[in-house]
Design a protein around this ligand. Structure first.
Ligand SMILES: Cc1cc2nc3c(=O)[nH]c(=O)nc-3n(C[C@H](O)[C@H](O)[C@H](O)COP(=O)(O)OP(=O)(O)OC[C@H]3O[C@@H](n4cnc5c(N)ncnc54)[C@H](O)[C@@H]3O)c2cc1C
Length: 485
């Protein structure tokens, strides 16, 4: 069975949804979502979305400078300029779509501060901004008659054809279908599940990056991985609950195992230094103290204010047995965000014509080697709009009809060997966590390559396990390969 679309968007997070909203309404669009609609990194975003919009004391030059400083000046300056100067337009648009940002008593928008920002410019919805944005974008997309959403449908493979792209899908009833399109947008999110400990949702296995790599698209700076300094330290589960940077923005202290502040020994910006600096400081301090016990303490602040400002964090911590209004809470760094990805130009087009990438799976260059807090939801919006605009500008030159690539699900073949994902995660945690270890990376690379070769050539059944394992192993293979260079 097969179907044809003008555009297939793989991903139902902020980037995929906003691309659909900005595409011409007469295009036939399919959005793919491999799990439930709300399961994505966008829904987890807490702190907010950065942008200079109706801000008398702030300007885009300050936002640009902060982004470049956080990114270690490894950013693409043109892309950063686009990001900061177009922020107002997209923030205004999502407000029109119903996104409800917190306001001050006088009706103006409340803007908070996060590490690395010189001005209060983070729009937020309490501490669940991502869920607010994603749900409002989804509600709008669900009203669009030209857009079809396939939930619990995993894209297993993509191939380029003479007329565009073919996607091989596994449907919720375990049957397979090929869909063809003239334009494809990869908006498949991050790679957190390549690590043992991450803040990312279960969907973050780097599928889009893997498909793009397999088709020969350029991948850039995949080893630029951000480790968030303050994940709740519960090593019992893989998904580490994030304690937003905004908590430090409101004055929280970092404490070592002796419950003493230590950031003054590492950076003059103290707790509000950019994430990479704080994560490095924690790991160095942990080596110095020979302990991984660290705490975040904001208990000296007014308890009613904290409960109102951080309702979700407060609730989640209470469920874990910690009251942030009364005591320090245990934290430690864990994988959080990917700055590198599928390399794209200013139109969000990859090195392959009519293949676009946006959101966390893409590399626009805006983040340099370290993302400034709250710039990623903004990047997802601004650059998915660029992809949509580019597609709209090419409609007069689309080929007639649709070619279809051939795929095989290897029905009846054996399933993949157990343990590849766990082993890869251990390798990554050991060799590429906060301070990379080149020797461990070289050893890990050999093993990861073996696993990848087996998955590519073993003729295994193409099911969700296979797709996720191949993605995780491929992402690790690219990262470790980059580290060894
Ligand atoms: C805990 C947490 C807090 C954060 N806080 C902030 C913040 O405050 N501010 C900020 O700017 N950023 C924040 N971020 C980062 C930000 O949320 C993400 O970078 C951004 O939302 C990514 O959006 P996306 O659309 O690219 O990907 P996602 O929102 O992750 O969406 C990916 C989509 O791709 C689909 N998909 C993946 N693979 C396949 C496949 N093979 N087949 C079909 N579908 C597939 C998934 O089902 C999902 O729908 C945070 C991230 C986390 C994890």
């Amino acid at each position: 069975m097969s179907r044809n679309y003008d555009v297939i968007i793989a991903g139902c997070g902020a980037a995929g949804l906003y691309a659909a909203i900005n595409l011409p309404s007469d295009l036939k669009i399919l959005i793919l979502c491999k799990r439930e609609l709300s399961l994505c990194n966008s829904s987890l975003a807490q702190g907010g979305i950065a942008g200079v919009y109706n801000s008398p004391n702030d300007n885009i030059q300050y936002h640009q400078n902060d982004t470049l400083i956080a990114g270690g000046f490894k950013n693409n300056v043109d892309a950063v300029h686009t990001l900061v100067s177009e922020a107002a337009q997209d923030i205004e648009h999502i407000i029109e779509l119903g996104v409800d940002f917190d306001k001050n008593a006088d009706g103006s928008y409340h803007r908070t501060l996060e590490g690395g920002h010189s001005h209060h410019r983070i729009f937020h919805h309490a501490d669940s901004t991502g869920a607010e944005i994603a749900s409002k974008l989804l509600a709008h997309v669900q009203t669009l008659s030209n857009v079809e959403i396939m939930e619990n449908t995993i894209m297993c493979s993509v191939k380029q054809t003479g007329t565009g792209y073919s996607a091989f899908l596994k449907l919720p009833d375990d049957t397979y279908e090929t869909c063809n399109c003239h334009f494809m947008i990869l908006a498949t999110g991050g790679i957190g599940r390549v690590y043992e400990f991450t803040t990312n949702s279960a969907i973050a296995t780097g599928d889009g990056i893997t498909f793009a790599y397999e088709m020969g698209a350029k991948i850039k700076n995949l080893s630029y991985v951000q480790f968030h300094p303050t994940a709740f330290n519960n090593r019992a589960t893989r998904e580490c609950f994030l304690i937003s940077e905004a908590v430090r923005g409101e004055g929280a202290y970092l404490l070592n195992c002796k419950k003493e502040r230590f950031m003054q020994n590492y950076d003059e910006r103290l707790e509000l230094a950019p994430r990479d600096v704080v994560s490095h400081a924690i790991v160095l301090e942990s080596r110095k103290q020979n302990s991984t016990d660290f705490y975040l303490d904001i208990s000296y602040k007014d308890s009613d204010f904290l409960k109102k400002r951080f309702p979700m964090i407060y609730k989640n911590l209470m469920e874990q047995g910690y009251d942030l209004t009364k005591e320090p809470v245990p934290i430690y760094p864990c994988q959080h965000y990917l700055m590198g990805g599928i390399d794209v130009d200013k139109n969000s087009e990859t090195s392959l014509r009519n293949l676009f990438a946006c959101g966390e799976c893409s590399h626009t260059g805006v983040h340099g080697s370290n993302r400034l807090a709250s710039n990623s939801l903004l990047e997802a919006l601004v650059f998915s709009r660029h992809a949509a605009n580019c597609i709209a500008s090419r409609l007069s030159s689309v080929p007639e009809g649709f070619e279809e690539a051939e795929f095989s699900a290897h029905i009846g073949s054996s399933r993949i060997p157990k343990g590849y994902r766990t082993e890869t995660r251990r390798i990554m945690q050991r060799s590429h966590f906060v301070i990379p270890d080149k020797k461990a990376a070289a050893e890990g690379f050999k093993r990861v390559k073996e696993m990848r070769d087996d998955l590519l050539n073993g003729g295994y059944l193409v099911d969700a396990d296979y797709v996720l394992a191949k993605s995780i192993v491929t992402v690790a293979y690219i990262i470790l390969g980059e580290v060894m260079q």
